[in-house]
Design a binder for this molecule. Structure first.
Ligand SMILES: Cc1cc2nc3c(=O)[nH]c(=O)nc-3n(C[C@H](O)[C@H](O)[C@H](O)COP(=O)(O)OP(=O)(O)OC[C@H]3O[C@@H](n4cnc5c(N)ncnc54)[C@H](O)[C@@H]3O)c2cc1C
Length: 379
């Protein structure tokens, strides 16, 4: 049976990040992926991802995103590829919305530069936006977007440069702790390893059916609408943004990367699904949701849909990540899962945490501990 030090299962952004970090630490490691790098069937595709620091979800994410920001820049230096474009980020909503309040808490607690704009100031500064009286915006300069497929590709290419092996088109059928190590069963036969990192995204529940963490997979449609005044959406004058509506629904979007269309989507609000049965095409209902938001918020967008895609979120009940050992008995198998629609930006920082956990099982951030759900019924 072939044998390596560490196997990484799944090469979306999280598996690619773990493989990169393990290879950098000089481990003999192998990454296994059932499809191909950058494929559109999981969670890491669709051109772009927001990276922001005034983290409304919880202030504990701020040091991690700052670490990841530096790591993305290091990867750019190593590969010569442009991965991260700084555009500034704008969180819009009522002043008592979770988005605005949370962004301010993180900004203040971590001394992040930011401006609080009222509706009139916001529309003066960013003429593409139309917001209601009483809306406010938290603007932070240190935010922007990552090129999604290119970033994953950069991680994999640097992992290989540091000696990692990659096997694409190889489906893992099971992972079994054995004699202090692990046997990874694949369609092409078993592989023995000392350690494993499982980063199977929305396939995690199928791959680890006995794992007690309650994960749910959610379908997310994304659309690109054509702009009437494209210069208002240029990355030099239009930030990445999130907007929480009074209904509680949240939308987000990007500047125009091609000079004519802009990508936007609703955050959550999709139906529960699984990778095997999800409908992978945007429906008339998906498009109507995006158009309605665009019409309300961006008068300079047309309703013409130039492109669309479907992507999957893997959610935890509290929407914080799950990064930790498979079980107390198997600390040498680390699971990275439940990124709940906001994980991409953290990739290299999560890769570092995964590698630390293999060296010291207690090393992970408390917020991400898998055992916080003990006793919770699967949802
Ligand atoms: C529409 C959308 C918008 C998003 N926007 C943002 C954003 O702006 N900012 C942000 O930070 N995050 C964002 N996210 C979240 C982020 O993209 C995800 O958290 C992240 O991509 C998760 O990566 P992953 O590697 O865990 O999963 P995946 O990318 O799904 O990777 C898992 C991989 O494992 C492979 N695999 C699974 N099972 C097996 C098996 N048995 N054998 C071999 N291989 C296997 C799969 O083929 C897949 O390639 C967004 C997500 C979506 C869907």
């Amino acid at each position: 049976m072939p044998s390596v030090d560490s196997v990484v299962v799944g090469l979306g952004v999280m598996g690619a990040s773990a493989l990169y970090e393990l290879a950098r630490r000089g481990r003999d490691c192998l990454g296994l992926e059932q499809y191909w790098a950058g494929h559109p069937l999981g969670s890491s595709h669709g051109e772009s991802r927001i990276i922001r620091q005034a983290y409304y979800e919880h202030p504990d994410y701020v040091p991690l995103v700052q670490e990841a920001w530096r790591a993305w820049r290091d990867l750019e230096d190593a590969t010569g590829w442009r991965l991260l474009t700084e555009t500034g980020g704008l969180m819009v909503g009522r002043s008592d919305s979770a988005l605005v309040r949370g962004a301010l808490v993180s900004a203040e607690q971590h001394h992040l530069p930011h401006d609080l704009l009222d509706a009139a100031a916001l529309m003066r500064r960013f003429p593409a936006f139309r917001v209601a009286d009483g809306d406010v915006g938290v603007y932070e300069p240190r935010a922007g977007f990552l090129m999604a497929e290119r970033a994953t590709e950069a991680l994999l290419s640097e992992a290989q440069r540091h000696g990692a092996a990659i096997h694409l088109g190889c489906q893992v059928q099971g992972i079994a702790p054995e004699g202090g190590g692990v046997v990874v069963h694949t369609a092409e036969g078993p592989i023995r390893a000392r350690h494993a990192v499982v980063a199977a995204g929305p396939w995690t529940p199928a791959l680890l059916p006995a794992w007690p963490v309650p994960l749910t997979v959610e379908r997310q449609a994304v659309t690109w609408l054509r702009a009437q005044v494209p210069q208002w959406f240029h990355p030099s004058r239009f930030p990445v943004y999130m907007r929480e509506e009074t209904s509680g629904e949240t939308f987000y979007g990007f500047p125009s990367l091609d000079g004519s269309t802009v990508k936007l989507a609703r955050h959550h609000g999709g139906e529960a699904t699984s990778p095997g049965r999800v409908s992978r095409h945007a429906t008339a209902q998906d498009i109507a949701v995006a158009q309605h938001f665009a019409q309300e918020t961006f008068p300079a967008l047309t309703l013409h849909v130039a492109q669309s895609t479907v992507c999957l979120y893997t959610n935890t009940p509290d929407r914080h990540f799950v990064v930790g050992p498979l079980s107390q008995e198997a600390p040498h198998i680390v699971v990275l899962a439940g990124f709940s629609g906001h994980g991409f930006k953290f990739g290299p920082a999560i890769g570092r945490v995964a590698a630390d956990l293999l060296e010291a099982p207690e090393a992970g951030p408390a917020l991400f501990r898998p055992d916080r759900f003990q006793g919770a019924a699967p949802t």
